[in-house]
Design a protein around this ligand. Structure first.
Ligand code: SF4
Length: 280
């Protein structure tokens, strides 16, 4: 292991426990969702599928199964299909970044508006290839108006640094909900659904090459189905036609040190996938 990698791992708090496994040729689905992924990722590029989440291991979050804000399929429904976009969503879908920021700041579409100090739209490069999506603002984020600025934010920055990214440069960071759930609880299905048009619009404006979903709520929101991180990580998924990789939320990793090693594998997978996307 190189000195540089040692330094990165130490920065992620992985020094004492970190050990990358050998890559194996086990088959990983090219896309676990019906959406098309326009990248070829060889088996050797893919970390070995993780052992199923250990029996009794705590999930990183619990989210009700109806919390699926997005349908991950492309927009190819026929005209007779029941409309799923209401007037509010349609208005949001037409907004630019300035309008989006203003709208989120004034939004009272769900209960989360009641206790927030401020809504947190997101931060970063609006021309980024990378989009990182988390769950929702915490206390620090609510205070400062920026996602991932507390302890979990520091870890996220270290994770980004490990794959050569810096906050604000070629990466945009957003959350599934833009207002802090009281007590940092998991957002409810209705809240995720109410906020989904904002995330959808962010994705439409950004058109990222690759999305990283941090934690179960973000993964379920973007994939539109139940997700267990231990089973979903190590595979290439898609939100609509945008490649998507799932990994653990930094807040979970702060509580569950051994899984940081798995997160590193996911980041390596993401970096290689991005390379493939840029070369394709
Ligand atoms: S969480 Fe989203 S939908 Fe709910 S009030 Fe905040 S911005 Fe509006």
């Amino acid at each position: 292991m190189s000195r540089e990698r040692d330094a990165v791992l130490c920065e992620m708090g992985l020094g004492p426990i970190w050990k990358l496994r050998e890559q194996t040729a086990e088959t990983v689905p090219a896309a676990a969702t019906p959406a098309v992924v326009r990248v070829s990722v060889s088996e050797a590029d893919t970390p070995p599928p993780p052992a199923a989440m250990a029996e009794g291991a705590p999930p990183d979050h619990d989210v009700p199964l109806d919390a699926y804000a997005f349908d991950s399929r492309p927009d190819d429904d026929d005209e007779d299909a029941t409309p799923t976009v209401d007037d509010r969503a349609a208005r949001i879908a037409a907004m630019d970044w300035v309008e989006l920021k203003q709208s989120v700041a004034e939004c009272r579409a769900c209960e989360l508006c009641k206790q927030r100090k401020q809504a947190v739209l997101g931060v970063g490069d609006v021309n980024a290839d990378w989009l990182v999506v988390g769950e929702g603002p915490g206390a620090d984020e609510d205070e400062r108006g920026e996602p991932f600025v507390g302890a979990a934010g520091k870890l996220l920055d270290a994770m980004l640094d490990a794959i050569g990214l810096k906050r604000g440069k070629d990466v945009y960071i957003a959350n599934s909900v833009k207002c802090r759930p009281p007590g940092n609880r998991t957002p409810e299905a209705a809240e995720i659904n109410a906020c989904a048009p904002y995330l959808q619009r962010q994705i439409a404006l950004l058109q990222p090459r690759l999305v990283i979903a941090l934690g179960r709520p973000a993964a379920q929101t973007l994939l539109g189905r139940e997700v267990k991180i231990g089973e979903a990580r190590g595979k290439l998924h898609a939100h609509r036609d945008i490649p998507l990789i799932v990994t653990y939320h930094p807040a979970y990793l702060l509580r569950t040190l051994p899984d940081k090693a798995k997160a590193w594998e996911d980041l390596v997978f993401a970096r290689r996938t991005m390379q493939k996307l840029k070369n394709s």
